[in-house]
Design a protein around this ligand. Structure first.
Ligand code: RB5
Length: 138
């Protein structure tokens, strides 16, 4: 799968780890930055990744910041984006099944890396349930 990924300075370590995992799994990853610890503004990176999803250049987007909140809000301002902030694999499964989320937000300060890896894997492998009530809502 082709996947976009972005973070702010608060989640560079997780971005590096998740990219390595995704590449190892055979995914193609477009890295939207940022790349260092210098303070940046998360909307710049959330927007960049969301535009890749909106245009169809990538199938899914993953964004990260300290909490996942700021960069997730930024992504959700782009038309057509449904970005779900997830703390566990149940949320990851349900945001795919019920919301047909095309982007995932996670936080480096709030969620352990092993949990984030499981969240990412659940998010990428769970299909939308396609139920009539969910289609109507999204
Ligand atoms: C950056 O200081 C921090 O505000 C950001 O990473 C994130 O937690 C915002 O939602």
């Amino acid at each position: 799968m082709k996947i976009g990924i972005a973070c702010d300075h608060g989640a560079v370590e997780y971005k590096t780890e998740i990219i390595a995992m995704l590449v190892e799994q055979g995914h193609e990853v477009i890295d939207c930055g940022c790349d260092g610890k210098e303070s940046v503004d998360y909307p710049d990176y959330g927007y960049k990744c969301a535009k890749l999803v909106q245009s169809g250049e990538v199938e899914k987007g993953i964004v990260m910041c300290g909490t996942g909140i700021g960069i997730g809000i930024s992504a959700n301002k782009v038309k057509g984006i449904r970005c779900g902030l997830c703390f566990d694999t149940t949320m990851a499964r349900l945001t795919r099944e019920h919301n047909d989320a095309n982007m995932l937000a996670v936080g480096q300060r709030t969620t352990g890396i092993e949990v984030v890896k499981d969240i990412v894997n659940t998010f990428l492998t769970t299909p939308f349930s396609n139920g009539e009530r969910h289609i109507k809502r999204i």
